[in-house]
Design a protein around this ligand. Structure first.
Ligand code: PMP
Length: 349
């Protein structure tokens, strides 16, 4: 099937002209800015935050480009990858008419964002091995299916999706295929970022919220063809990444080595946590994880969840999610945090 971006776009989006401010013409460089109704006197802060931030976040994108090996024109930044999900939905899905396809159990925001935008949802559950059900996906796709969301490594199951299966979808489906790689840095598998040129319908999502430890800054990324990125830029709010987040992201992105050490430590702790949890009688199964969390099947999920809460330890109860019966999702913490959750679970009877 051939991919036709223009055909896929919503009519009103096709007509949209990108928002531009007078500032664009000067690329942020001039002696006097009296165009944007800012406060030229400054602010109560010692740092200067009185000017609007760079709407295209060029410096952050330059840095990301060199780290990821992806050209700047193939990078979009969102207020968290949650904003990227929402922007894609608004670009391609006509409210009340179009649908997205998701493979539960998976990240909840695809559904939340679809509901907010009045976009229908087709659900094709993962197989019991938490892999894609390709025949059922093919069967479910119709002419109004505009986006397929694949999450790999998947939240909440923790496993990576089979790369060959993802490629089958990329090759045969003429809509947008989103691969959400929020947890890719904890995985044994490589990102799809180097495959961008092969697939004009591919959008990859990553984030600074997980491996980079910057969830509070709200910086997420989408990597896609220059054409798709151009459309996303037309839809986003002009100043969607605030100045403090841009500055701090830039500073953090200098520290690739430190982040890689942290990733290694988290992955090592993940294995220790899994091993320790398995010694507890109420723990029945730990699913293999390529992420920074474990899906843990226990005998009494609700009771154990509440017991942990009483001890001041918050985990995620996923026991009512399909294919996750009996499961808690436990984030890998610091060594001390992991010891405390293991000890608390040992004491539960
Ligand atoms: N994708 C997945 C799979 C996630 O689990 C999360 C956060 N839990 C996100 C995206 C959202 O990340 P961000 O903080 O970048 O919005």
């Amino acid at each position: 099937m051939t991919f036709d971006l223009n055909n896929l776009l919503r009519e009103n989006i096709k007509k949209l002209v990108p928002y531009s401010s007078a500032r664009d013409e000067f690329k942020g460089e001039a002696s006097t800015f009296l165009d944007a109704n800012e406060n030229s006197f400054g602010s109560p802060l010692t740092r200067w935050y009185n000017r609007y931030p760079d709407p295209m976040q060029l410096k952050v994108k330059e840095k990301l480009s060199s780290i990821k090996g992806v050209p700047i024109e193939n990078i979009f930044l969102g207020n968290g990858s949650d904003e990227c999900i929402d922007v894609l939905m608004r670009a391609f899905c006509e409210p009340g008419v179009d649908n997205i396809l998701i493979c539960p159990p998976t990240y909840g925001m695809y559904q939340v964002s679809a509901n907010i935008n009045d976009v229908n949802i087709k659900k094709v559950p993962l197989t019991p091995a938490f892999q894609l059900n390709l025949p059922a996906i093919e069967e479910a796709i119709d002419n109004n299916t505009k986006i397929i969301f694949l999450c790999s490594p998947n939240n909440p199951t923790g496993n990576s999706l089979d790369r060959d299966d993802i490629e089958v979808i990329l090759n045969n489906y003429s809509g947008i295929v989103v691969i959400d790689e929020a947890y890719i840095n904890f995985s044994r598998f490589r990102s799809f970022t180097q495959e961008l040129t092969d697939y004009p319908n591919l959008v990859i999502l990553q984030t600074l919220s997980k491996a980079w430890g910057l969830a509070a800054l709200r910086v997420g990324m989408a990597f896609a063809s220059a054409e798709i990125i151009h459309v996303m830029n037309k839809i986003k709010p002009p100043y969607n990444i605030n100045q403090a987040s841009q500055e701090l992201a830039l500073q953090a992105l200098e520290e690739v080595g430190q982040v890689n050490d942290m990733i290694r430590e988290i992955v090592a702790q993940r294995d220790i946590l899994a091993k320790d949890l398995l010694t507890i009688p109420s723990v029945q199964k730990i699913y293999p994880s390529d992420a920074n969390f474990l899906l843990v099947q226990v005998t009494n999920p609700k009771a154990i969840y509440n017991y942990l809460l009483e001890k001041g330890i918050v985990v995620r109860d996923r026991s009512s999610v399909e294919l996750c019966a009996g499961c808690l999702r436990i984030t890998v913490g610091t060594p001390a945090e992991n010891v405390s959750v293991v000890n608390a679970m040992k004491n539960w009877t």
